[in-house]
Each structure stands twice: as C-alpha cells, then as structure tokens.
Design a protein around this ligand. Structure first.
Ligand SMILES: C[S@@+](CC[C@H](N)C(=O)[O-])C[C@H]1O[C@@H](n2cnc3c(N)ncnc32)[C@H](O)[C@@H]1O
Length: 219
C-alpha cells in the first residue's frame, strides 16, 4: 500500500482507521457531524463567486465530499484533497466522481509538500482534520503559520485534536489567534475530541516554494 512513499507513512493501517466512522456513537462518528457542520458553516458564510478548498491528509474524504455534494455552493468550488494512502485516495476519487464534483482533484501524495496546494491557495476553506494528532507540537505550530498563505482573508481553517491530545486545543487556539485568526468555533471539551474553526483576518502571504511542512509520525 505504501510502496511509493515507504518512509513517509506512519506504521498504521490508515484504511482500516476509517472503519470507526461506521460505528454509531464512536468518537469519529460524532466528530464527523461537527466537522461537516463547520465546513457547511464556512460555505454558508463564503462570498459569492468561485471558491477554493484545500483538504490535507484527506483520508477517504468522508468529511468534505458529502458536504460539497449537498451544499448549494458545491458547484462553485475548485480544490484538492491530498492523501498518501492510495486505497483511501481511490475511495475519495470515486466518491468525488460519483457525486459529480468536477472541480475537486484528489491527489495521491504527501500532504506536507505545500506545492500541491499552489493552484488552490489561498483557499476559502482549509481542512486540517486528523493532522494535529499525528505531528509534533513544533510541526503543529509551523502548520498554524502556514495557514496564513494557505487561507484567504475571511477564509476558514477547520482542525481537530483527538481524545489524547484534546488538552492541547487551547494552546493551538492561541497560536491561531497570534497568527491573525479569529475563533469561529471550538467544540465542547467533554466530547472526547476537539474541533476548531478559525477564520483568517490577515492578508495571505505568498506560499513558500518546495517546503515540506511537517513529518507525519502517527500517534
Ligand atoms: C487520522 S487520518 C485523517 C483522515 C481524514 N482527514 C479524516 O479526518 O477523516 C490521517 C490520514 O493521513 C494520511 N496520511 C499519513 N501521512 C500522510 C502524508 N504524509 N500525506 C498525506 N496523507 C497522509 C493517512 O493515510 C490517513 O488517511
């Protein structure tokens, strides 16, 4: 499964990881409802005209694709989902095709390589779900910094922390605020996971070239 990127995927079956989405009441199933709600909200508030979306470590696209397929702005969106596991990327690609989202590109590749996002940055919606629990604290901070070139002024970053790292959520919120974002949503701390949504209040800087932004280490 990881032949193209043998050294870049943490030792875990990320295809099987998605099965928890199908368990009613699981953290992941409950988190999905919140994440999809925040994506929907960001689209509700987006300005008229063409929109752009970036989803990093996108998995099977279970958060983004159903929302784009059913939202009135779905047809206005061009964007990319970047996922390294070809099995997950294939599932996302089929889902995108099946719902007719012609503006969405599913890239099988390393989401840390910022060049993937160049055609879509700065974006109206940037999804960093399932990322911060799998990279170092220093890399989370770096990614909050890269959220500036990745996100349009007025655009929204949606991010998550799982049960084990939930205590870090206030620190991450502070980093977003320091970087010039405002908090739009922070999920209830008793939920077993945290979902944050931060809106950019700054003009995006140019996306740096040939940067590898993080190392995906897994839990
Ligand atoms: C925790 S899952 C999150 C998936 C999706 N964002 C979600 O929330 O449903 C992490 C995903 O990152 C993928 N992944 C791991 N390393 C990656 C990398 N360097 N670039 C892109 N995707 C990566 C895994 O295959 C897995 O699908």
């Amino acid at each position: 499964m990881t032949a193209r990127y043998p050294d870049r995927v943490a030792d875990r079956d990320w295809h099987a990881w998605h099965l928890a989405y199908d368990e009613p009441g699981s953290d992941l199933a409950r988190r999905l409802v919140v994440v999809q709600g925040r994506i929907r909200c960001a689209l509700d508030e987006a300005p008229p005209g063409p929109l752009r979306l970036i989803s990093m470590v996108a998995g099977q696209g279970r958060d983004v694709i159903p929302v784009l397929a059913t939202h009135s702005r779905g047809g206005d969106i061009a964007g990319c989902l970047v996922e390294i596991d070809p099995r997950n990327a294939d599932i996302a690609r089929s889902a995108v095709h099946n719902v007719g989202l012609t503006g969405i590109d599913v890239v099988t590749g390393d989401a840390a390589e910022l060049n993937h996002y160049r055609p879509y940055a700065p974006a109206d919606v940037v999804v960093m779900c399932g990322l911060f629990g799998n990279i170092s604290e220093a890399d989370i901070r770096r990614m909050v910094g890269y959220a500036i070139p990745l996100t349009k002024r007025g655009g929204t970053v949606i991010w998550t922390r799982g049960r084990q790292g939930a205590h870090m959520a206030p620190t991450i919120c502070g980093w977003f605020i320091d970087a010039g974002f405002e908090e739009r949503h922070m999920s209830d701390p008793t939920g077993g996971f945290r979902v944050g949504a931060h809106r950019s209040c700054v003009n995006p800087t140019p996306l740096p070239e040939y940067v590898t932004a993080f190392t995906f280490v897994g839990h």
